[in-house]
Design a protein around this ligand. Structure first.
Ligand SMILES: NC(=O)c1ccc[n+]([C@@H]2O[C@H](COP(=O)([O-])OP(=O)(O)OC[C@H]3O[C@@H](n4cnc5c(N)ncnc54)[C@H](OP(=O)(O)O)[C@@H]3O)[C@@H](O)[C@H]2O)c1
Length: 252
């Protein structure tokens, strides 16, 4: 398929690599920052443009991977007639593209993507949606060419999954950051916790999170909880979260 990628950030880069590896023809990277556009175009071996008026309209698929705010400000130069145009956001309706083209949709990677230090996976969950059945079929075939893990999700379901993604990824990472800071200040080696982090996540491949609950809160081990809270009195932010999450675990 002949493709133009709009944006040159994390998602544009990772999807660009997958698209190139799958043997599609990437015609152009369009991005406002000349350096970023050029770097990605060089990697993908295609042309680049920094001005939307220079977009190569001969492509069959236009993949827009810009920030959610930028997407809502797409100007009339992105008027692409009947061409298939998709964005990659979890929380933005596909209809944001309805003034850009008559065939539009979403290709949302349900994964945290980074252009640096990230192995290229062929099974990133891709949630697709489009405004017509014909567009869904084209998009589904395209998505299956870059990932073995493709499913359909409309705006509503995608938004719900985005909320769940924030809980399991962004929130847990915030807890890792707090634990890292705590360990650094207390002279403990955070790296000793890595096998525990990995084991906890891996168990979910075969068990539900409810089955795998463990720790002092679920055991209602008040003495241990009090000791922990005493230690955390010097860390009000962590103390507060520890109490809230302990309450939430005990309420279940
Ligand atoms: N990263 C993820 O893990 C992930 C996963 C799933 C979905 N998404 C979604 O994918 C989309 C792109 O995310 P990302 O992580 O690739 O973001 P990113 O790495 O921050 O890159 C954002 C891109 O948008 C461009 N941009 C920013 N403001 C702009 C503006 N006002 N006008 C035109 N272009 C603008 C940036 O251009 P410059 O280079 O000039 O700054 C850059 O190319 C977002 O909708 C995000 O929600 C992200």
């Amino acid at each position: 398929m002949r493709i133009v990628i709009i944006g040159a950030g994390n998602v544009a880069t990772v999807l660009g690599r997958l698209i190139k590896n799958a043997g599609h023809e990437i015609l152009q990277v369009v991005s406002r920052d000349v350096y970023n556009a050029q770097v990605l175009a060089t990697e993908l071996n295609c042309a680049f443009a920094v001005n939307s008026s220079l977009i190569d309209k001969t492509a069959a698929l236009f993949l827009i991977a810009v920030t959610d705010t930028a997407m809502s400000q797409l100007d009339e130069t992105y008027s692409l007639g009947d061409k298939l145009v998709v964005h990659t956001a979890g929380s933005v309706s596909k209809d944001v593209l309805k003034n850009v083209t008559n065939n539009y949709g979403v290709l949302y990677p349900l994964q945290s993507l980074r252009k640096h230090n990230m192995k290229l996976h062929q099974d990133i969950p891709l949630l697709i949606d489009a405004n017509t059945e014909a567009a869904i079929t084209i998009l589904q075939n395209f998505a299956l060419s870059i990932s073995s893990n493709v499913s359909k999700a409309n705006d509503e379901l995608r938004l719900k999954l985005h909320v769940a993604a924030v809980l399991v990824s962004n929130f847990t990472n915030h807890l890792y950051a707090l634990a890292f800071e705590y360990c650094s200040k207390e002279g403990a080696d955070f790296k000793l916790l890595l096998p525990l982090i990995e084991e906890t996540a891996l168990r979910l491949r075969n068990h539900s999170p409810n089955e795998m609950r463990t720790g002092p809160a679920i055991r209602k081990d008040i003495k241990t909880l009090e000791k922990h809270l005493k230690l955390l009195s010097a860390y009000p932010k962590i103390h507060n979260l520890y109490l809230k999450i302990t309450d939430s675990i005990m309420e279940r």
